[in-house]
Structure formats: C-alpha cells, structure tokens
Write a protein that binds this ligand. Sequence first.
Ligand SMILES: NC(=O)C1=CN([C@@H]2O[C@H](COP(=O)(O)OP(=O)(O)OC[C@H]3O[C@@H](n4cnc5c(N)ncnc54)[C@H](O)[C@@H]3O)[C@@H](O)[C@H]2O)[C@@H](O)CC1
Ligand SMILES: Nc1ncnc2c1ncn2[C@@H]1O[C@H](COP(=O)(O)OP(=O)(O)O)[C@@H](O)[C@H]1O
Ligand SMILES: [K+]
Length: 500
Amino acid sequence: MLPLLTAPQIREADAYTIAHEPISSIDLMERASKAFVSWFVNHYQDKQETISVYCGTGNNGGDGLAIARLLFEHDYINIEVKVARYSDKSTTDFDANFARLKELSISIHELDDGDTQPAEDADIIIDALLGSGLNKPLEGNFKSLVEYLNSLQKNVVAVDLPTGFYTDGELEETATILKADLVITFQQPKINFLLPESAPYIDCWEAVNIGLDEGFIRSLQSPYQMVEEKDVRAILKPRAKFSHKGTYGHALIIAGQAKTMGAALLCSSACVYAGAGLTTACVPESGLTALNSYQAEVMAIVRNDYALPDLELSKFTTIAIGPGLGTSDDALALLQRVLNDYGKPIVIDADGLNLLAANPKLLEQLPAGSIITPHLKEFDRLFGEHKNWWKRLQTAQLKAGELGIYIVLKNSYTITATPQGTLYFNYTSNAAMATGGMGDVLTGIITAMLAQNYTPEQASIAGVYLHGKAGDELALPNRLNVVLPGQVAAYLPATMAKML
Ligand SMILES: NC(=O)C1=CN([C@@H]2O[C@H](COP(=O)(O)OP(=O)(O)OC[C@H]3O[C@@H](n4cnc5c(N)ncnc54)[C@H](O)[C@@H]3O)[C@@H](O)[C@H]2O)[C@@H](O)CC1
Ligand SMILES: Nc1ncnc2c1ncn2[C@@H]1O[C@H](COP(=O)(O)OP(=O)(O)O)[C@@H](O)[C@H]1O
Ligand SMILES: [K+]
C-alpha cells in the first residue's frame, strides 16, 4: 500500500528526508526541480516555444526558479520568469534560487501589489505560484492573477499542485483555482487528485519521484492508502493441485427480475469467471432460459413471487443480493429473510441498496464484515446528500466503522472504506468501462472472492483491483472506446493468472 499523505504529512516527510538522508533543503528542491524538468523535456520537445514561469516567493516559487534555470540549461531559449512579489516574505531557498537565476540571461519580471494582469504571449505557462503551502482560499492579488491566467486559456503545466488547489480537505465549488492541463507532482498523487471534484482543474497528472524517505512515508499512519499491484499479488492464492469445486466455495446470487435479468446474468457469470467453485443464481422463472443459455455453469433456484424456496441458506459460503432485483415488497421480504437467517458476510448492491435506503433500520442488521457496493447516487440515498466527494469520503469512513461493514464507493478511483477507518483507493479501471452492468460484474467478482474464503477486506481490495485491471487490459492496449461488462467478466481468468 502506498500511504497518501495530507499536506502536513508531506511537510513531515520533506523534513525527515532532509534530516536523515541527509540532504540540504536547497538540494532537495534542486532534485525536485530536476525530476520536473526530466519529465517536461520528454513531453515538450520544441525548444523554441515561449515559456512563462510564474513563481510565488515560497518554496513552490523556489522550484519554479530552479526549473526556469534548468530548462534554460536544456536549451529552451524563450523563457521568461514572472515573480509574484505580493508580500515581503520569501523563503531562504527561494532567495538562493533567485540569486542563481539572476546570473543567467533569463528575463525576470516582478509583479508588485495590484499587478495582476501582465502581458502574456507565451505558449506554455508553468505554474509555480503556490503549492502545498496553501493555507487559505485565494484572495486579493493571487485570486485576480489566477482568474486572469484562467481567462487566457493557455497550456498550463503546474508544479506539484495547481495554484489554489488543496492537497486534501474540501475544495469549495466557488474557490478560485488555476486550471492545469498537466500537473507534475512530487513523489505521489495528492489525495484530492483522486476525487471527481479535481476534474475542472486537472486534466492530467504525473507523479515524479523526488526521493523522499519511503520507509518514513510508509510508517505514517495515513488512513488514505493507494492499493498497489503487489498488495493484490500478496492476497491472491494460486489454485491448489488437489483442489476441487468444493474448495472454492458456493455462492448464491439473488438477483434479476423480468426487465433486468441481464444484471443477474452478468453478476453470476462474473462470479463463475472469478473462480467460485459453484455459483447458484436465484432468479424468477421468466429468466431461467436466459440464465441457462447465457452461462451454463450457473445453477438456478427459481423463485415465484419472490418467495425463496425452502432451502438452507447456511449451505452457501456467501450470498450476494440486489443486481436487477427490483424494490417491490417481495424483494424487500427476500432481503429481510437473508438478513434474519444468514449470519455470514454478504454482498449488497444495486436494488439491495435501494431497499436498504428505503428501510434504513435494516442497515443495523447487516452481518458484520458485509460489503456494500454503492455508486455515488446509491451512496447518497443511503447516507444523505453530499455536497462533494471529500464529505462523502468522511461519511463512508464513519459509517463503515459504525456498521462494521466494508463500503466500496464506486468511482473512477473506487474507494473501499473499512470498519477500522482505512480508505483504500484503487487506480485500475478506465472510462471505457462506463457502461451499464459493469457494477454487476464487480459484485460477482467480490462475491466469488468471499466464496473462495478471502476475508471481506481482501475480497473488496482485490475484487475492485481485478475488475479495473481486466478492463484496463482489454481497453487500453487495443484503444477500445468501450468495453462491455460481459467481456470484462470473461477476461478475468487471464488477468488473475498474471497476478499469481
Ligand atoms: N523542502 C521542501 O519542503 C520541499 C518543498 N517543495 C516545494 O515546496 C512547496 C511548498 O512550499 P511552501 O511550504 O513554501 O509553500 P508554497 O510555496 O505553496 O506557498 C508559500 C507561502 O504562501 C503563503 N500562502 C498560503 N496560502 C496563501 C494564499 N491563499 N494566498 C497568499 N499566500 C498564501 C503561505 O505563507 C505559504 O507558506 C511544494 O508544493 C513544493 O513545490 C519541493 O521543492 C520539494 C522539497
Ligand atoms: N469513467 C470510469 N473510470 C473508471 N471506472 C469506471 C468509470 N465508469 C465506470 N467505472 C466502473 O464501472 C463500474 C460501474 O458500476 P455501476 O455504476 O454500479 O454500474 P451498473 O449499475 O450499471 O452495473 C464501477 O466499478 C466503476 O468503478
Ligand atoms: K503550483
């Protein structure tokens, strides 16, 4: 896991590295600036382009000055530096880099109080005004300057963070923030890059290693963790030679109604492909032929009027309920029966979640360690409207703890909140996967993982990762615009094999 750091923790990691590597802070700044420039020169190869580097007078500005010098040394000849000297304060490393820059023939233009609309004809703007030191929303000179720069609609490359953007915490909708085409950020992505509210300000980001102390970063107790491939490799166990179908559990999937049988088919198919030993789907009679022809491996329990046949729920290793189920009284009765009679962790998705939202008392009856997989709307139906994703994250953390469950909050970076208060961010998956039924496949995968005796935490982390990874392996190399949920399900065995 890669701990994602808050702004104060980033400062701690900087300070620790400076003290223990040891390295002077100006040399760390130089290393960061070099990392920025290495990335930049590979992607902006036209050395004639005019570049305007906007610098504040803190360490982000210090980086900007060093970057301007290093680009000049790389033969970028049309560089101008604009220093926003809106206060008398400047950091020591800014001052040192300012002195170094003055020795070169780079034009430096100072912006004083009120000077917020400088003439600008550069092709590229490098934003080194403010970085992780931001401690209040932009106002006054900085606000006017950023509004002006936004109005120019130039190609903006931000150093570490776009000016006005918070590393963590709430991004107010009304805040003034510089819009960046690209952010080259130091060491690791900032937590807010992974939330949808960053979309208006950040087109694309790239994290460059600046050699902060990894051991120290990993020792910080951050509740925000990025799941890495090696974590999933450590979870997945190869299938044993003398195993049989009984080794890999028996999943029951209660899903589907006449209009939405596809959800039941996709979910149970994904459960089969993700390795459950046996999968039984509980579907209405009208869906039986479809089930048998879509996925012959899935067994069926036919239900009439939503009454579960008289069978032992306890014989199933796990149960998923919800995809395409509908929200009728009969569907509610089915959910209630599962909650009353089955004590082991279950997976609830889609209409199962809508039923919980309409009957919130049922939330308290969820077996400990159960997994719910809401998308944004289902989440807000369950736990109330949220103004932004930062707030949604805090609620997910709180509710997972209160209810003793795992909340898989689906998103382009899906977040799993655990009962212990950790928030696991997943980076696999892509926009080609934004098609109806994709969530049903995820539910099938997580259910299969539970059936195979992975813990709910392992099932959520690995299930979400594999779902996205299969989608990436299908869509990205083939440049597919869309991948279908059924394709993702069928591709899972190949993706999983590569992870063992
Ligand atoms: N040794 C280090 O700590 C390193 C720092 N680095 C750079 O340093 C940056 C952080 O530098 P600083 O902590 O100096 O902070 P910034 O350069 O982000 O900001 C400078 C100062 O501006 C003031 N400020 C904050 N919010 C403001 C607002 N809304 N309006 C006006 N002024 C405001 C604060 O007093 C702040 O300290 C990082 O983003 C990164 O670019 C890198 O050089 C890597 C090493
Ligand atoms: N733009 C995207 N980028 C990455 N992943 C996506 C994107 N759009 C959808 N997904 C993934 O696809 C799934 C969609 O789930 P959901 O909205 O429940 O679909 P459905 O209800 O139609 O089955 C989630 O796992 C989500 O993470
Ligand atoms: K910046």
